[in-house]
Design a protein around this ligand. Structure first.
Ligand SMILES: [Zn+2]
Length: 330
């Protein structure tokens, strides 16, 4: 039995496995520029950010109907459950779909259908986080937020993702203010490739409660002090960092140093179909590469539930934390 954990940094579009891409393409009458799932899987072994993004956006063409989004989310939950995920807070990128003519309601209703069934089918509680593409305009984010208004009861937080450098958090101040006014929680990708200054902006301008990645936090001791003081969680994604060349080798990952500094670090999978593994695979990778002992892994799992947006259900959080404490490593 795997260690129970929460996954807090997961792009649902990044869970599209080659076999499912082909199945959805066949159902939708869409032809993919690959002979079969094996050839597509070879294309997944890209070597840089641009080849990843090219493939990632090209494959989104297979996601068109509510059923497509529901099947995508259900397939993720099945794999996540096998790796011990008990709670997942899942990102989606509405602009990547509305730009292709897919209605935002189709996306949200389809994902919600699978997530609502996830507790019973896979034993996983879930929340949905709507992300804005930071390389699109601030106005596009505002338009997306307005289009999502009828569905806000299904969304617990807003986030910010895609190409970071040159697109600082402050660009999205207004849409984050609107989200806060609607009672939504706030997170943002910051400090993945961008500088610590972007993490400060995410905290002070956007009011985020959790920083996605925050990989470069240790470069700024004052920032570390702030993150530690306010118990701001970081959602790290070690295998992603290596595949996207944010770090050269997983042995160079700052996770251990972050824990030693008192940061509330968590381990997550980001885009698992593309980056070489799901949540449990990321735990296994850092355990092996950084020599983490069982109690350090237990601490990471504890952090994941402490960092989760479960405050509507503290009894559930307490139950998950008790599962973590009771876990016996083999
Ligand atoms: Zn991400």
């Amino acid at each position: 039995m795997p260690l129970p954990k929460a996954e807090l940094h997961l792009h649902i579009e990044g869970t599209l496995e080659p076999e499912l891409a082909f199945a959805l393409a066949a159902r939708g009458g869409i032809s993919l520029p690959y002979a079969d799932a094996d050839e597509l899987r070879r294309a997944y072994s890209f070597t840089d950010l641009q080849s990843f993004l090219d493939l990632y956006y090209a494959l989104m063409a297979v996601l068109r109907t509510e059923d497509d989004f529901a099947d995508l989310a259900d397939a993720y939950l099945e794999r996540a459950a096998e790796q011990g995920v008990r709670h997942a807070e899942i990102f989606f990128d509405p602009q990547a779909h509305t730009a292709r003519g897919v209605d935002i309601g189709t996306v949200i209703e389809g994902l919600s259908r699978a997530l609502d069934a996830g507790r019973e089918r896979h034993g996983i509680s879930t929340q949905l986080i709507m992300c804005f593409l930071r390389d699109e305009s601030a106005q596009s984010a505002l338009d997306t937020f307005e289009a999502a208004k009828p569905y806000l009861s299904r969304i617990s937080a807003v986030g910010l993702d895609s190409a970071e450098v040159g697109n600082p958090p402050s660009k999205f101040r207004e849409v984050y203010e609107r989200a806060a006014a609607e009672g939504l929680r706030r997170v943002a990708h910051a400090g993945e490739e961008g500088p610590p200054a972007y993490i400060w902006e995410a905290l002070d301008v956007l009011g985020v409660e959790r920083v996605d990645h925050g990989l470069r936090s240790l470069e700024d001791p004052e920032l570390v002090a702030r993150l530690v003081r306010d118990r701001i969680p970081l959602t790290l994604c070690p295998l992603s960092n290596v595949r996207l060349r944010c770090i050269d080798r997983i042995e160079d990952h700052p996770l251990r140093a972050m824990l030693d500094a008192g940061l509330l670090a968590t381990v997550n999978s980001d885009d698992p179909a593309y980056f070489g593994g799901y949540a449990g695979d990321n735990y296994d990778a850092v355990r092996a590469a950084l020599g983490l002992d069982d109690e350090t892994l237990r601490g990471l799992a504890r952090n994941s539930f402490e960092a989760a947006f479960l405050d509507g259900d503290e009894a559930l959080r307490a139950r998950y934390l008790a599962e973590v404490e009771a876990y016996v490593f083999d």
